[in-house]
Ligand binder design. Structure first.
Ligand code: T3D
Length: 269
C-alpha cells in the first residue's frame, strides 16, 4: 500500500472517511507523527458535515501494535542508571485525547481490524462504536508483559464490554484473543472472512451514513450517560431525548416513509 512516509492515509467514499494507519513495517504502532496525524484527521473530520461515518483500519498485515516501543522520545533508556521517562505524560497528552476524540465523535466510528491489534492498538479499536474484524485478526492486551496496565481507555472499556472475569483474564494474562473468540465474548461486534473485511466495512459504513445522525449521536450519548445513572435516571433521559427527537424532521420523515413504503430521506434536523 502507498507511501511509507505518510503515517496516515485518508480516503473519502461519499460520506465515509477511511483513515488507514500506515506504518506497516512496525505493525502501525504509534509514534509521534502517527498520533498527530490521526488526532488531526479526526478533529478535521468532526468539523466536516459531509463526513457521516469514519472507518479506522491498518495498512499491511497488522491493525496497530500500540505504542512504538522503539520511539526514542518514549522508549526507556536501557543504560543502567539512566533516568526513567515519564510515560504518564505521553498517555495524558496523546492517548487520552485520542480515546476521547473517538468516544465523543459526532458520527459513528468503525474499527476495521485487519490484523493483530495489541496494547493501545487493541484499545484504539475498542473505543470505536462498532468493531468489525477479519477472521485472522487478533486482540492482545499486551501491557502486563511490559509491566504496564491497559491504557487508551482499556481499564474502563474492557470490563464494560466483556465483564470483569473476561476482562481480568485478558488484561492480566495478555494472551492473544482471536477475532472469533473476541466476537464470542462480546469484545467486538463481528468477524468476517479476511477477503470480505473491506467490502463489509464499506457497506456497514454506508448504512450508518444513511441513518439520521442526530439519533445515532443521541444513542451513543444515552449509553454513556446510562453508566452514570440508575434505571430511573436512564428512563428520564430517554423521555427527554425522545421529546426532542420527536419534534425533528427526521422522525416525521421516518414515520412517513414507513407508511408510504419508501426509503426515507433524512436531513439531520
Ligand atoms: O511507552 C509506553 O510503553 C507507554 C505506552 C503504552 C501504550 C502501549 O500500547 S503499551 C503496548 C505496546 N505494544 C506491545 O507491547 C506489543 C509489541 N508487539 C508484539 O508483541 C508483537 O509484535 C505482536 C504480538 C503485536 C505481533 O507479533 P508478530 O510475531 O506477528 O510480529 P513481530 O515480528 O513481533 O513484529 C513485526 C515487526 O514490527 C517487528 O520489527 P522487525 O523485527 O521486523 O524489524 C517488530 O519489532 C515491530 N513491532 C511490533 N510491535 C511493535 C514493533 N515495533 C515497535 N513497537 C511496537 N509496539
Amino acid at each position: 500500500m502507498a507511501d511509507d512516509a505518510t503515517p496516515l492515509l485518508s480516503r473519502r467514499d461519499g460520506a465515509v472517511l477511511t483513515l488507514t494507519l500506515n506504518r506497516p513495517q512496525a505493525l502501525n504502532s504509534f509514534d509521534g507523527a502517527l498520533h498527530e496525524a490521526l488526532l488531526g484527521a479526526l478533529k478535521a473530520a468532526a468539523g466536516d458535515a459531509g463526513v457521516r461515518c469514519v472507518v479506522i483500519t491498518g495498512a499491511g498485515r497488522g491493525f496497530c501494535a500500540g505504542q512504538d516501543l522503539s520511539d526514542p522520545a518514549i522508549a526507556p533508556d536501557l543504560t543502567p542508571g539512566a533516568a526513567p521517562k515519564n510515560i504518564g505524560k505521553l498517555i495524558e497528552e496523546r492517548y487520552k485525547p485520542l480515546a476521547l476524540a473517538i468516544h465523543h465523535f459526532p458520527v459513528p466510528v468503525i474499527a476495521a481490524v485487519n490484523g493483530v491489534a495489541a496494547g493501545a492498538g487493541a484499545n484504539l479499536a475498542l473505543n470505536c462504536d462498532i468493531v468489525l474484524a477479519a477472521k485472522s485478526a487478533s486482540f492482545i492486551q499486551a501491557f502486563s508483559k511490559i509491566g504496564l496496565i491497559p491504557d487508551c481507555g482499556g481499564s474502563w472499556l474492557l470490563p464494560r464490554l466483556v465483564g470483569r472475569a473476561n476482562a481480568m483474564a485478558l488484561a492480566l494474562l495478555g494472551e492473544k484473543c482471536s477475532a472469533e473468540e473476541a466476537q464470542r465474548i462480546g469484545l467486538i461486534w463481528r468477524c468476517v472472512a479476511d477477503d470480505a473485511l473491506a467490502t463489509e466495512t464499506l457497506a456497514l459504513a454506508a448504512r450508518l451514513a444513511a441513518l439520521p445522525s442526530k439519533a445515532l449521536a443521541e444513542t451513543r450519548r444515552a449509553f454513556d450517560n446510562a453508566d452514570r445513572m440508575g434505571l430511573d435516571g436512564a428512563l428520564s433521559l430517554e423521555a427527554d431525548v425522545q421529546r426532542r427527537l420527536g419534534m425533528s424532521h427526521d422522525y416525521l420523515e421516518g414515520v412517513s416513509a414507513f407508511f408510504a413504503k419508501r426509503a426515507p430521506v433524512f436531513k439531520d434536523r
